[in-house]
Design a protein around this ligand. Structure first.
Ligand code: C2E
Ligand code: CA
Ligand code: CA
Length: 765
């Protein structure tokens, strides 16, 4: 039997007692009233029957409640219907038995009683449709029949009215029944839902409190409403601290973001480090947040699930650390080194930033280990690792790649090979330095030396393995050449040395082979726009090596001593040429100086002055027309001797200019002490003035001081209109740069003077 039927049955039985009581009272009243007025035996029989039925129905009522198991629900229902039929029938019999002719009062009373009972049955029986229909049928049909049997027409009207009443009652009973059934249904549905809800709430609460995962509920203002024990456990905080906590005030913005996400309706997540507020612990957590909605699908609050993964992360980190570090010395291991070297090589390929590795090996480590024991050996390695770490920059990495072999990865050396080599060399020197102090291990004093091999990356195809192999080879070369030394990887050295030797060899014969030429770059007066002279710049075109820039061959000429003959050649050629031009153009162009570069070793050579005098004599040139360009590096060396030499030159009438001013180390004070006549501001300053306010300021200051020292000034490397206007406005004396002319061959220079009458058109316009 369905749930609702069972409920209806229960309700029906529930009403039974009351209706039996009512029927009992009416039965007794009826008996008392009719006793003596109708046939007594009929009345007594009816009364007994009626009482018996009432009694039986009461027994049924009682059994239903106290011995329910005796019968099934279907059976209880049928028994009830039987009782109803009997009860209806006994009352239906009343008009048949006692409808006394022509006593209208009695007849009216009977009809009233029956209509009262039938009306009452609606409320007590309509839970089950069959009961009320059966009852009404057995109760009222006999009355209608009795009324119809009467001869008087009035009775037939009444019969009609009763029939209508009967039909109406049936109809009402049906309606009532429908209402009743639907009420019970919704009641039951409600109960069911309510039960389900309580169950799920209980389930949730049980899970919430007992899962081994931290969890908490929070409201739209990110304030914690409730939490479970697990969460409190791993935060190490009491419940009072956590409930009501305003999480908007947490330090970790990413956590706040994840929490807010759920409030905004989307699940949020955070995985990472977290510092607990109360216990001030560093932990690792995974937080997942989810919104909770009401029936209108609005977020009411949110739930967060928090897992403490500190242990796991620590283990992982530990494993990672061990995989990347040497267990004895605690410094990076081979794998770590390879990975980082790879990264640096990629950087080199992309940006040309040279990296390198230093391979080092403790000299005679094997002897120490064998004779003094492994514990000493181990301690030596540990201390070595420490010393190496102290010797390198923070960006560099020192790794132990096995035995007594260590490698230092040098990152970010330079984009220029020269500089990169020098930097690597300096690191190697520093390393040798930190190993000069003896080691004190247990009772031993050990003096240790290292063999160091260096390899720098030189081309893009080189791999990490190549680099390490090269450094290893270099290290063996260092060992072979007596230990305690540093060697660069040979092929690199070889390549450099090879070109050096080639240049030196070819340069030796350059004059004889007529490979040299001088180009002349005009120097222009900013005041008059006239070309007043030129700087002689050496050019070399070798038949095997091709054109070689002076920046490359001049230093080699200096080192090899060839500079003296080379310099003499330039002096001789340039002065002779200048004298010719001065005479040729004496009426058109006010040529007054030829500037010639003199390098350090050339100037310092004891024969320089004699050589110069000879040339000036030979060419019959006025020394006033000659300006020697010296760089600041000359000044640093032996200032006294140099001052003397310069004074001699000045006494001869030769002009002296300081070249590339600003790139060296000299201060303006030195300049004041030395008898310079001209100052050349280096092109790097001029070229930076567009975007560097400091450079502008600096040039301005230099020009002012030069004026105070009575020096003429030449701005070198002027390429643009802006640069030109800048130096003109600040009253530099001369200009030299591509803006006017590039260095020109002898013929080109001559043509220029002829065609322009010596006026730089660019400045004139
Ligand atoms: P330097 O004495 O500073 O010479 C000026 C250099 O700047 C020249 O390079 C010249 O071509 C270049 N230059 C001139 N105007 C501009 C410009 O507007 N923009 C740019 N970017 N560059 C400009 P070069 O001819 O290659 O000479 C290089 C260096 O070689 C010279 O620098 C000088 O130190 C040395 N040198 C050249 N010839 C001789 C020489 O006969 N003897 C000695 N000892 N050194 C020389
Ligand atoms: Ca120069
Ligand atoms: Ca210069």
């Amino acid at each position: 039997m369905a749930l609702n039927k069972e409920q209806l049955l229960k309700d029906t039985y529930q009403n039974l007692a009351l209706s039996l009581l009512g029927l009992g009272i009416i039965t007794v009243t009826f008996f008392v009233f009719f006793y003596g007025r109708v046939d007594a035996s009929k009345l007594i029989t009816w009364f007994l029957m009626s009482s018996l039925i009432t009694l039986l129905r009461y027994v049924l009522f009682y059994s239903f409640h106290h011995h329910h198991a005796l019968c099934t629900n279907v059976c209880w229902s049928r028994l009830f219907t039987l009782g109803v039929i009997l009860s209806g029938a006994i009352w239906g019999a009343v008009p048949i038995l006692f409808f006394i002719n022509e006593n209208y009062l009695y007849q009216m009373l009977i009809m009233m009683i029956l209509s009262g009972i039938s009306a009452g049955s609606l409320s007590t029986l309509s839970q089950i449709r069959i009961n009320v229909s059966a009852f009404l049928t057995f109760l009222l049909v006999p009355l209608i029949v009795v009324l119809l049997e009467e001869t008087e027409v009035m009775y037939h009207y009444i019969a009609l009215l009763v029939t209508l009443y009967f039909i109406m009652l049936q109809y009402m009973a049906q309606k009532l029944n429908q209402n009743y059934v639907s009420a019970v249904n919704s009641m039951q549905l409600y109960q069911k839902k309510k039960n389900e809800l309580t169950q799920s709430e209980q389930k949730f609460e049980t899970i919430f409190q007992n899962v081994p995962i931290g969890s908490f509920l929070y409201d739209k203002n990110l304030i914690i409403q409730d939490t479970n024990q697990e969460f409190l456990n791993f935060l190490g905080a009491p419940r009072e601290f956590i409930i009501g906590l305003d999480m908007k005030r947490l330090d970790n913005k990413k956590v706040i973001y994840a929490l807010q996400s759920a409030i905004d309706g989307q699940p949020g997540a955070y995985e990472g480090a977290y510092k607990t507020k109360y216990a001030n612990k560093d932990i690792w957590v995974i937080i997942n947040t989810n919104p909770l909605f009401n029936t209108e699908h609005e977020v009411t609050n949110a739930v967060a699930i928090v897992m403490d993964i500190t242990k796991r992360v620590k283990q992982e980190k530990n494993i990672e650390y061990q995989a990347n570090h040497d267990t004895l010395t605690n410094i990076p291991n081979r794998m770590n080194l390879l990975r980082n070297t790879n990264r640096e090589i990629i950087r080199y390929r992309r940006h040309g930033i040279i990296c390198g590795v230093i391979f080092l090996d403790i000299d005679h480590f094997k002897n120490i280990n064998d004779s003094l024991g492994h514990s000493i050996g181990d301690e030596l390695l540990i201390q070595t690792a420490k010393r190496l770490q102290s010797a390198i920059r923070e960006d560099d990495m020192v790794a132990r790649i096995g035995g007594d072999e260590f490698v230092i990865l040098l990152s970010d050396l330079s984009q220029e090979q020269e500089k990169a080599m020098i930097k690597a060399e300096l690191v190697a020197q520093k390393i040798h330095q930190v190993f000069t102090d003896a080691y004190h291990i247990q009772r031993f004093h050990l003096n240790i030396s290292l063999s160091i091999g260096i390899a720098l990356i030189t081309h893009k195809e080189e791999s990490t393995e190549d680099l390490l192999k090269h450094a290893d080879i270099a290290m063996y070369q260092a060992k072979n050449s007596g230990r305690n030394t540093t060697r660069f990887y040979e092929s690199y050295m070889k390549a450099k040395a090879k070109r050096y030797l080639q240049i030196e060899n070819e340069l030796r014969n350059a004059i004889a082979h007529d490979e040299l030429e001088i180009h002349y770059q005009p120097i222009v007066s900013l005041e008059s726009s006239y070309i007043i002279g030129a700087e002689a710049l050496l050019r070399w075109n070798n038949k095997t090596l091709g054109k070689i820039a002076p920046d490359e061959f001049i230093p080699i000429a200096e080192e090899s001593g060839l500079i003296l003959s080379l310099g003499a050649w330039v002096l001789r050629q340039a002065t002779r040429q200048f004298k010719i031009w001065r005479e040729t153009f004496q009426d058109t162009v006010p040529l007054k100086k030829i500037a010639i570069n003199v390098s350090v070793n050339q100037f310092n050579n004891p024969h320089f002055l004699t050589q110069l005098r000879t040339i000036l004599d030979e060419n019959q040139i006025d020394p006033n027309c000659l300006e020697l360009e010296l760089t600041e590096s000359i000044i640093i060396k032996n200032i006294k001797r140099i001052t003397k030499k310069m004074q001699t030159l000045r006494a001869m009438g030769v002009n002296l200019s300081i070249d590339d001013f600003g790139t060296g180390y000299s201060s303006l004070l030195y300049i004041k002490k030395l008898p310079f006549t001209t100052l050349k501001i280096d092109k790097s300053f001029i070229q930076d003035i567009q975007d560097d306010a400091d450079d502008k300021e600096l040039i301005h200051t230099i020009l002012n001081i030069a004026k105070n020292f009575n020096l003429e000034t030449i701005a070198e490397g002027v390429e643009t209109k802006e640069q030109y206007h800048f130096i003109k406005d600040r009253k530099a004396t001369y200009l030299q740069g591509y803006y006017c002319e590039k260095p020109l061959s002898k013929d080109a220079f001559e043509t220029l003077l002829r065609t322009t009458q010596g006026i730089c058109k660019k400045l004139d316009s």
